[in-house]
Design a protein around this ligand. Sequence first.
Ligand SMILES: [Zn+2]
Length: 168
Amino acid sequence: MLELAAFSLLFPDLGDLEPFYLPSIQGDLTSTGPYHIFDLYCQDYGCECHKVTMVIADDSQENVLATIAYGWKSKSYYYKWGLDKDASGSLTNGFLDPWCKQTVHAPIFLNFIRRQINREPQFMIKIKKRYRMFKDHVDSPFYVPIVPPPQPLSDNVVSLKEYRRERA
Ligand SMILES: [Zn+2]
């Protein structure tokens, strides 16, 4: 299993998803936004996981506030794919990935993303399109997977800064 990688690492010209604002100040947050979303997909060759990991960060893009995983296929699809019943249910509902960085604010962003998924058809249309572009790209025999830098990261995502620096 390769690490997830951000869409914007493969397609820097297209960038990340649109930053967003929360409808109101919620919980202990001090701002309605903008918040940044990095959309990450899996680099495994031929893998049809149909899922996205959304890393929500503050406007500086430095501080991760939540990491949300979501799969848009059916529970039975993920069950056949190898997840157990609990995990298939979580993925199809959107959940805070326990292996990734979260904060006390994370549930607020999970609620927001669930609303986007359910009420804003364009949101998922865009993500599915980006997933397909990403998959078509990584399924090329010439694709060299992105691997995280050797120093330990605070979470299991590829550090964007490192790669932007390396590729600059
Ligand atoms: Zn996959």
